[in-house]
Design a protein around this ligand. Sequence first.
Ligand code: HEC
Ligand code: HEC
Length: 219
Amino acid sequence: MVTARRSAWVPHAVLIAGLLVVLFPLYIAAVASSDQSAFAAWVNAGMPTGTCTTGGGGGGGGGGSDGGTPDAGSPPPPDPLNDPPTCTSSSYWTSGNQGSSRMHPGVACIACHLTNGAPDFTVAGTVFPTGHEPDDCNGSAASGAVVTVQDSTGKTASFTANTAGNFYGTASLTFPITASLSFNGKTRAMATQVSSGDCNGCHTQSGASAAPGRITLPP
Ligand code: HEC
Ligand code: HEC
């Protein structure tokens, strides 16, 4: 009898073990697929510190609380400086060298003016909404952006971009200068000291002399 019982018990143990081997991975997979998306969402949200809801049977913890700073935890917005080449406004300067405050957005203003009897600017350039806009494309979306330069004596001068994105002025400055840009309460700065106020000479479509591209609105 003992041997008979043993011989009956052993197949049952094998069967139960076999069921566990089959069912356990299915259980893991079922839990994992529902929890994976919740976990991914939490990671994508910048892994906010969750506040566990009380009285919810212990199931809470998904929703993060920002603790007073509205954007804490959300990823920084993409930098338009890295956008692919495009003319955001889809509108272009088409009047050649006819003198205008809106002329040739993106083209080096001072270099041309020096050879044309055109006005002498100490600072001139164009602000664009993205980093790689083509010459003569209107930087309309940057209208109202304020460019401030600081010269080597600490003197500052500010210029406001017009509806083409162009800015310019004749303030007397001691070079080299640094520059910054502000728009809608956000800023972007050039820490590099430059000895030319012809901003578009370096801030070409793809960027010259180590400039990253256009003078671009802050993200
Ligand atoms: C390829 C040459 C060229 C480029 C590039 C150029 N300009 Fe001019 N600009 C001229 C010439 C030439 C005149 C004088 C035209 C005239 O007297 O009718 C002029 C005149 C002007 C005037 C005076 C307009 C007036 O009403 O008298 C302004 C302002 C001006 N340019 C701004 C700019 C700005 C800002 C840029 C750069 C974004 C720029 N220009 C780029 C050639 C150029
Ligand atoms: C001699 C070349 C040169 C000239 C001229 C120049 N820049 Fe720059 N600029 C650079 C370089 C290089 C960088 C990247 C390094 C840095 O941010 O300091 C840069 C970065 C910037 C940035 C931050 C990134 C961006 O593209 O928006 C701003 C804003 C800027 N420059 C504004 C200006 C303004 C305004 C002028 C004209 C007054 C100007 N720059 C003239 C070379 C130049």
